[in-house]
Ligand binder design. Structure first.
Ligand SMILES: Nc1nc2c(ncn2[C@@H]2O[C@H](COP(=O)(O)OP(=O)(O)OP(=O)(O)O)[C@@H](O)[C@H]2O)c(=O)[nH]1
Ligand SMILES: [Mg+2]
Length: 257
């Protein structure tokens, strides 16, 4: 169930920034301040969509304050728990020609968003921020988080999405057409939604590129290292099983997943 407090808008913006937010009262104010300041400096039009997901803190109120001050900011409420559910709701409610998933901790400086937009990169349908691609730099990340990420990426490359060094970084750009085709296929509401959407994108022939970024580790993560990792591993196999059953296939193509 999604409720939206702004119905009518003029022409579609070039860019939509979608921020999934769960108990982000501490990190969201600074991120929204930097993002709205950045947007006002750009020549192109943009909107920001904050998707609150049953937060127990002031996340909703903080986002509403920004929406009251900045017409480009919208606040959605998504009742189904999980980053994946929130991102899907935001991406499908967005109206931008380019739709950018953006973690609320802004661990990628917003200025890097230019790398994902024409003219820097226009021969793609999906551009995913990468902390592993040549030229990427990670700052302050604890070794165990890095190790967790490498182990998960190995499983993902072996069983689901070959060829991508980092599918989990919280910054991804989708062309509107690709977003509107892929996100309705998404079944994972939690952290593995990235893998599922990329798996479906590969099956449907979309052009995906990894974009090296500067990434600053931000403490106080929402990820529970043990049980979320177990869920993510299990879901990679569910995604592959769904793929073999043709769940992500375009209707009419006789190929097998
Ligand atoms: N709406 C919603 N957002 C969520 C949920 N869980 C996490 N998020 C958001 O997902 C984003 C990533 O969460 P983080 O806690 O930064 O995750 P992380 O450990 O830093 O993960 P990486 O940055 O990829 O290493 C943040 O914007 C969170 O608010 C959820 O259940 N619902
Ligand atoms: Mg983060």
């Amino acid at each position: 169930m999604v409720s939206d407090n702004h119905q009518t808008r003029s022409e579609a913006p070039l860019l939509s920034i979608v921020i999934p937010a769960y108990n982000e009262a501490a990190r969201l104010p600074q991120s929204l301040k930097l993002i709205t300041e950045f947007i006002t400096r750009q020549a192109y039009s943009a909107e920001v969509i904050v998707v609150d997901n049953n937060s127990h803190d002031q996340t909703q109120a903080i986002a509403q304050e920004f929406a009251a001050e900045f017409p480009c900011v919208r606040v959605l409420f998504e009742g189904t728990q999980g980053k994946g559910a929130a991102v899907r709701a935001g991406i499908l409610a967005a109206r931008g020609q380019y739709r950018f998933i953006c973690d609320a901790d802004l661990s990628m400086p917003i200025e890097e968003i230019g790398k994902f937009l024409p003219p820097n990169l226009d021969q793609y349908d999906i551009a995913i921020a990468s902390r592993e691609a040549p030229g990427a730099v990670r700052y302050d990340e604890p070794w165990y988080r890095h190790l967790m990420g490498r182990v998960f990426n190995t499983i993902v490359r072996w069983f689901a999405v070959p060829g991508f060094q980092d599918t989990q970084c919280g910054f991804k750009m989708f062309r509107a057409e690709a977003a509107e085709d892929l996100f309705p296929l998404q079944t994972m509401n939690g952290w593995s939604f990235d893998v599922e959407v990329l798996y479906a994108a590969l099956q449907r022939g979309y052009r995906i590129v990894e974009v090296p970024i500067h990434w600053y580790y931000k403490a106080n993560t929402r990820i529970h290292p043990i049980h979320d990792s177990i869920d993510m591993f299990v879901e990679v196999f569910k995604i592959r099983r769904n793929g073999l059953r043709g769940l992500y296939r375009r209707t009419g193509d006789g190929l097998h997943g």
